[in-house]
Design a protein around this ligand. Sequence first.
Ligand code: F6R
Length: 259
Amino acid sequence: MEIVILPDDEAVARTAADIVQASLENDSPVLGLATGSTPLGTYSELIRRHCEAGLSFARAQAFTLDEYLGLPAEHPESYRSVIRREFTDSVDLPAHAVHSLDGQAPDPEAEAARYEAAIAGAGGVDVQILGIGTDGHIGFNEPMSSLASRTRIKTLTEQTRRDNARFFPTPEDVPRHVLTQGLGTIREARHILLIGLGEGKASAIAAAVEGPLAAACPASSLQLHPHTTVLVDEGAASRLEHREYYQHALEHKPQWQAY
Ligand code: F6R
């Protein structure tokens, strides 16, 4: 893991956008896209580069991480709708190349298997953007998820439902069940960008980066991944014990070494 502590969310967004932009030079780039608040700055920065500097996503495909079970695709809070509204409709990524799980699939297990096959068929994910839940979840892999898990149904914790209530008319409207890529699925991405913003994520980031590898903090499973970059602002970094070392390593990063 490389831990990159940046002064604020704008610096995080610029660095994340640099990494995504570099991956777009691949022949058939495949992006893994998180929803939620955390990546919004990164998506805005990518949209800005598309509009002002011609950054093109025309050859890219994208896969979202997860979906609420039971929400119709056209529901404004389905992650299929959210990713289009917040990002992909504002760049030249073809609509048919934006893949999502179907939250209303009659057979959710078959839908999960279809999605795994679609990711593999695209050649796997080049860069996976991840936020982190206050309980350490990535995707919707809640604590005690199997570290080897694949795409499947999960039940949200009440904490996650409370955290996501801001997107729904009332807390009761937050669905209880989801489909999510598994921890094993996510770790097959070639480069993972874990983004943490604000003090509210400080404990989860500390557990993910410096805590034991444990199902109690699903994001800690990224410790097993060969190429994870953790981008955090000062707030999210505030509980890291080894922050001086991370900054020292960053300041002495060899010029030839990219993220
Ligand atoms: C969303 C997702 C979740 C969020 C996490 C943090 O696709 O996979 O893991 O990244 O719940 O959400 P925010 O960014 O809203 O704090």
